[in-house]
Ligand binder design. Structure first.
Ligand SMILES: [Zn+2]
Length: 498
């Protein structure tokens, strides 16, 4: 009897203890995220689930982040609140007077000096390059950030304003990813998961948009404002922030995918599924279906894979790394502002060519048939030919013997002689590249000097469609013009590189 009472007493104390513990935890994250957000909830959730966002929100206190909630639920607005508060953080925390602090988490940051914006001297706004963006790539943030009259900072601070937004959207995605665990812990419903996938898709799309605009801006000023272009490449903090943010953003996108895949099981148990496919991220259960399409994300990431953007991306990233010497730097005849600089760098790195001597590339020398076919063969991975060629003018000791045999076997060249020393014309160059690519079909190009019946018409059309060349004027292609070595490596980078 007595011992039984004692047992009950202990059990009661234990229950009370557990109740207090549980009550404390419930209070700490305050029930469901559908509830109207309060300042305390927001901070407590971030403190527990996203220490970096908590750092941003508690360091930047010049305005009340609750203005971004306006009576809405915590989960639907928290990413916006972090994004907007982060803008205040970049301005208020920087040690550089005309600069911004780009935060990369765990105390890591870059103070990027952008005093060049205020020095004047022809600083380029984003709106000046806006007309270079084709209409099909004018995604839904285009008007807001890059079009004429777009939001002041993103526009007037050019590529620095774009970096600031790029990093703010990064923190938006990081916040959404971190809060997925909060949704699982609080047994959240469809509304919360819907806000979640929408937030993820939104910030993913922003990744592609801001990266595209940043590289488009650099490509634009490379010719329109070369001094500014060089100043940005020389801005080590800018380049390092860009490089590190890009890597961090890419890994957050991969993390989103994992989270959504993992959450699918959880949601399925509740009669929902989280579907992630190339076209979008969606939440459905037959009655309820919503989410976010990834059309813009897909369009822009495809564009970013093209040679022009890939080369600019690596130029920015390499400029910010410790080692800044590129292979082209050793050629005395390849100036760093030459249009073919990136192509020569690519060609040397890829083993397509090593120059005409250790110190020269001879960019303006005529390119021979033997040279272009050798470059093309190497750019395709130097595949071993089945045998030697039967060309009467190719000796087995010639440096291009294997390339000639490969070109014959793959049907790129035919006949009894190879003509390795013959100069390579523009029509020959695109024909060789087109055949090596498997003779893809293309819409007819509109050049007065390329009649539809000539045998290279399809190759010219393909080269234009792929952005390898746009012709020598609006309506001429100049098929008989002889290519220089600089032109050939540029064509190859655009056609085979990336
Ligand atoms: Zn913003």
């Amino acid at each position: 009897m007595r011992s039984r009472t004692l047992k009950n007493y202990v059990a009661c104390l234990l229950a009370l203890f557990l109740f207090v513990q549980t009550a404390g935890q419930v209070h700490a994250v305050s029930a469901k995220p559908e509830d109207t957000a309060t300042r305390e909830n927001v901070l407590e959730v971030l403190r527990q689930y996203d220490p970096n966002a908590y750092h941003i929100m508690t360091t930047e206190t010049s305005f009340d982040f609750m203005m971004w909630f306006m009576g809405e639920s915590l989960i639907s607005r928290i990413e916006v609140a972090v994004h907007e508060t982060y803008h205040g953080y970049t301005h208020s925390q920087s040690d550089v007077f005309y600069g911004e602090r780009i935060y990369l988490g765990d105390g890591k940051s870059y103070d990027v000096d952008y005093s060049i914006v205020y020095k004047g001297g022809g600083f380029t706004k984003t709106e000046e390059m806006a007309k270079q963006i084709p209409s099909q790539l004018q995604t839904f943030r285009y008007d807001q950030y890059v079009a004429p009259g777009a939001s002041p900072d993103a526009n007037t601070k050019g590529v620095f304003g774009l970096l600031n937004e790029f990093s703010a959207y990064y923190w938006g995605l990081e916040t959404m990813n971190s809060l997925s665990q909060f949704l699982l812990d609080t047994d959240s419903g469809a509304e919360s998961w819907n806000s979640y996938v929408t937030g993820v898709g939104n910030n993913m799309t922003a990744y592609a948009e801001f990266k595209y605009w940043t590289l488009r801006y650099m490509l634009y000023i490379k010719s329109a404002n070369p001094a500014l272009y060089q100043a940005i490449l020389d801005n080590q903090d800018y380049c390092a922030a860009y490089r590190n943010l890009d890597a961090a953003f890419v890994s957050e996108i991969a993390r989103s995918k994992e989270i959504l895949d993992r959450s699918a099981g959880f949601m399925r148990a509740k009669g929902f599924s989280v579907n992630w496919s190339d076209s979008g991220i969606y939440l459905e259960n037959g009655m309820f279906s919503s989410g976010l399409g990834l059309d813009d994300y897909n369009k822009l990431t495809a564009e970013l894979k093209t040679a022009e953007y890939a080369a600019m991306d690596s130029a920015l990233k390499n400029a910010g790394s410790e080692q800044t010497e590129t292979p082209s730097a050793r050629f005395s005849d390849v100036p760093s502002d030459a249009y073919y600089y990136d192509a020569v760098t690519w060609a040397v790195e890829r083993g397509v060519t090593s120059g005409t001597s250790t110190a020269t590339f001879s960019p303006n020398s005529q390119c021979t048939t033997a040279q272009i076919l050798t470059f093309l063969w190497r750019a395709n991975g130097s595949p071993a030919p089945a045998g030697s060629s039967s060309f009467s003018d190719v000796k087995s000791s010639d440096y291009y013997a294997a390339a000639a045999a490969w070109a014959y076997e793959t049907g790129i060249v035919s006949g009894k002689t190879f003509g390795g020393d013959a100069p390579c014309t523009r029509s020959m160059a695109v024909t060789y590249m087109w055949k090596a690519a498997g003779r893809p079909s293309a819409k007819t190009a509109d050049f007065t000097d390329v009649p539809v019946w000539v045998d290279y018409a399809q190759a010219v059309a393909w080269a234009v469609e792929k952005g390898i060349t746009s012709g020598t004027s609006a309506n001429t292609f100049s098929p008989e013009e002889i290519c220089t070595r600089a032109q050939i490596v540029t064509f190859l980078l655009r056609g085979v590189g990336g």
